[in-house]
Write a protein that binds this ligand. Sequence first.
Ligand SMILES: NC(=O)C1=CN([C@@H]2O[C@H](COP(=O)(O)OP(=O)(O)OC[C@H]3O[C@@H](n4cnc5c(N)ncnc54)[C@H](OP(=O)(O)O)[C@@H]3O)[C@@H](O)[C@H]2O)C=CC1
Ligand SMILES: CC(=O)N[C@@H](CCC(=O)OP(=O)(O)O)C(=O)O
Length: 346
Amino acid sequence: MIKAGIIGATGYAGAELARLLLQREDVEIVWYGSRSYVGEDFASIYRNTSHAVNEPCKDDDMAKLAEIADVIFTATPQGFCASQVTEDILSKTKIIDLSADFRIKDVDIYEKWYKIKHATPQFIGEAVYGLPEINREKIKGARLIANPGCYPTCSFLSTYPLVKEGIIDPNTIIIDAKSGTSGAGRSAKVSSLFCEVNESMKAYGVAGHRHTPEIEEQLSYAAGKPVTISFTPHLVPMNRGILVTAYASLVKDVTTEEVKAIYDKYYQNEYFVRVLEPGLPPETRWVEGSNFADVSFKLDPRTKRVVMMGAIDNMVKGAAGQAMQNMNLLFGLPENTGLKQVPVFP
Ligand SMILES: NC(=O)C1=CN([C@@H]2O[C@H](COP(=O)(O)OP(=O)(O)OC[C@H]3O[C@@H](n4cnc5c(N)ncnc54)[C@H](OP(=O)(O)O)[C@@H]3O)[C@@H](O)[C@H]2O)C=CC1
Ligand SMILES: CC(=O)N[C@@H](CCC(=O)OP(=O)(O)O)C(=O)O
């Protein structure tokens, strides 16, 4: 039995993780961590877990949790995990951090984009970027996993094969992304209110969203050289889902069949990445509630560009599902254990 603790269980990502972990016979959730609801029944906050959970929320004491948990998930705001982790904790348990604290290798870049001082930069080097499709072997032996951001997961999976194969000029990549409102978390903010979001759409974080350096870093590894991209996220009036439409200039003449063969080369053995027929646009509704990432592309000979597209559920492949995929790897289990859900529709 894997004993798992969730700090930040009362947030959207943490509660989604609890929902996924509760379906498993081989995992026991030993800690539902919270800031605001300590002592209150978790199932009274997330009533979808009534009859499945009979536990009060606990605090966010990572050191205490490390004494009893085989794995700790931190689904907490930026800065929390970095402020808590110690060598002692890492010697007793494994940490999967859903925040951005350990995703970016250059601490100066992290501090510049997140506008907070990193409390434990000594652990950044050993943290493994938890995108299993790319870093599977490294993840298996890690103590500290940096679970990727939702936009970076979808952006990277959509563009990676063509960057890796040198088919496109990576410095011409423009990523247009849309997210459902759950991506903004559960805490009260004017920008997340019903009347602010419903029946409207807007770009935000234009030319400055903090996921930009995370996407650039991962694409730079794939390209083998520094990559600078344009990334514009949009907030759309739906609960879940991320849709990416990315554009880049082709550097050689390629056919649709050749590009499809490249996507298949990288993803045909990936359970969670579904390469659609060329030109068939991914839709968020076909991945909702699942850990799947649907990707596709269309060549545009007129502009000599390719349009790369992807869809994920921000709460699952973009957060909790990917975290559980990483946990499976850490514990030597088949990667899709507990994650074979067919997407919900309608
Ligand atoms: N939502 C999403 O789609 C995704 C989120 N993430 C990341 O996951 C993390 C959680 O996001 P999300 O669930 O959306 O956020 P929420 O705002 O919904 O939840 C935040 C959680 O952290 C707790 N918390 C708040 N402040 C503190 C603090 N100072 N110290 C400790 N715990 C605290 C909250 O406790 P309480 O409410 O009990 O006070 C709550 O459980 C973030 O780092 C986010 O960037 C990553 C990918 C996707
Ligand atoms: C719609 C919305 O607001 N989305 C969030 C992304 C949340 C997330 O996954 O980002 P991190 O894990 O990197 O914090 C945002 O743009 O900040």
